[in-house]
Design a protein around this ligand. Sequence first.
Ligand code: PLP
Length: 396
Amino acid sequence: MASLAKRVELINESATLAVANKAAEMRREGHDIIGFGAGEPDFDTPEHIKAAAKKALDAGETGYAKPTHGIPQARAAVCEKFLRDNGLKYEPDQTIVTVGGKEALYLACLSLLEPGDEVILPAPYWVSFPEQVNLCGATVVYVAPKPGAGLHITPDQLAAALTPRTKVFIFNSPSNPGGFAYTPEETRAFAKVLEGRDVIVFSDEMYDRLRYGERREHLSFATISPHWYEHTITFNAASKSYAMTGWRVGYAAGPAKIIKAMAKLQSQTTSGTATFIQHALAAALTGDQTCVETMRAEFERRGRHMHERLTALAGVTCVQPTGAFYCFPDVLGTYARLGVTTSQGFCEALIEKAHVALVPGGAFGLDTHARLSFANSMDHIDKGLDRIERLLGRRA
Ligand code: PLP
């Protein structure tokens, strides 16, 4: 048997897998396990978007996408979305349509990163960021928030992480798994720290439409100044805002030179997203936007409720969710009582003793935390939280 390429060893198998496997095994044994793991909306894709895909299929839109990096209608829709929602004026040749947001991020890594390059990544982070950087042979420089900082890193911490090798800063706001968004003031302060450096910002704005609370304005990094317009790639997808995770369609916009490189790599790898799905993307981005607000409002209601219940638990603190659809509580205060020392141990104890599945924070770079998705019905949330409360008890 031939040996596997070394790059396979460079990346970690998902640490979330052990808990997911345990949950699957217990379900097979007949246990009723309540899962909070899934990072996807529990809503179905809105009808008008499905109708656009069906119409495209009926019209025979079943060949390769031409060009592979996005049919003109889809890239025009991407330009319309960025202008309407983000105040960003892009031309179609500055945009690319991809197989989910994930492909766009990976193509950008492949286009820019080489061994020796450093990528600054604030924790907690989405699990694929470090692995995509590792696959390019570049080095991840992690920046973890200080305890009590509400999961936010500071501009001073960013400054301390910079070296002459820094090539990319990954900025994901609203954050998966943090469930919070950086304020426009913080975002501008990060930009100021990076000024005068030859750094490209990957601004992952997958959750830009899913904001909660009183301050809901989203500042796109690329709008900060002409310099940042030239040095930022903005990533987004239909996945979260339009409940389209399984359609696998995302997009990005940025400097034409980098987008062109991404398109070249895409043309020799995936050949892009299916043509009829690109028509659905165009319908999602340019059609009636009421569906986004309906889902957002419901997520907000559920997030507030989940947060209230989590903060009532003994040994648990939790940042109020202001974006995405996750609560990311600090559960360190429960470890001694449960006889565990890691977030993995915490999640295993919760599955075994409360029959509730969470994702260990260690997978996202913070081993004192765990992630719960509130893209679940209120009933589901209450049933799961009742069980957790029976195990952990309420705070005094
Ligand atoms: N970026 C972040 C922060 C995410 O949470 C996700 C999905 O979970 C992605 C990118 C990838 O999105 P997609 O499913 O569109 O590939």
